[in-house]
Design a protein. Structure first.
Length: 149
């Protein structure tokens, strides 16, 4: 069984993390990445009876990302999380397309595009623009099957 940290261990962990955060700010963080010697950081934590990995976890919870190399620990801002992309097909009923002629399908597609919000249009353009060659080929084959190609 792993012993739980008591309050004094937690206080020491908090103080060490605060010291690192202060040193990061003094070295230009978060505007720029800051690197410290990995060995010295582990030694410093061990001298205080702490796990440097737990310190890194605590810093990560507070928005300080890191990357380890064999010699350094590099602190960075975490990558921004992309906002969810609007589903360009949300609320659309495609069952009506099944019995349409190619001309009717093109007219329906044009009408649907006119009813899309700018966010939906952008999401659709992004979806098509980011397709792999294989996905694009499959889309073209599907269009041909529908009489559009």
């Amino acid at each position: 069984m792993v012993p739980l940290m008591d309050a004094t261990d937690n206080d020491a962990l908090e103080r060490f993390a605060a010291t690192i955060a202060d040193n990061l700010r003094k070295n230009g963080f978060p505007e720029r990445s800051v690197a410290f010697s990995l060995e010295r950081m582990y030694e410093s934590a061990a001298a205080k009876g702490l796990s440097f990995n737990k310190v890194l976890d605590l810093l990560a919870e507070r928005g300080v990302a890191h990357e380890k190399t064999p010699e350094k620990v590099i602190f960075t801002r975490p990558a921004p999380v992309a906002p969810p992309v609007a589903d360009p097909f949300a609320g659309m009923d495609f069952s009506a397309l099944e019995n349409m002629s190619p001309e009717q399908m093109m007219a329906a597609a044009s009408q649907a595009a006119q009813q899309m919000s700018p966010e939906q249009l952008q999401a659709l353009q992004s979806l098509v623009g980011n397709m792999s060659p294989e996905q694009m080929q499959a889309l073209m084959e599907q269009a041909k099957k529908m009489g559009l190609g």
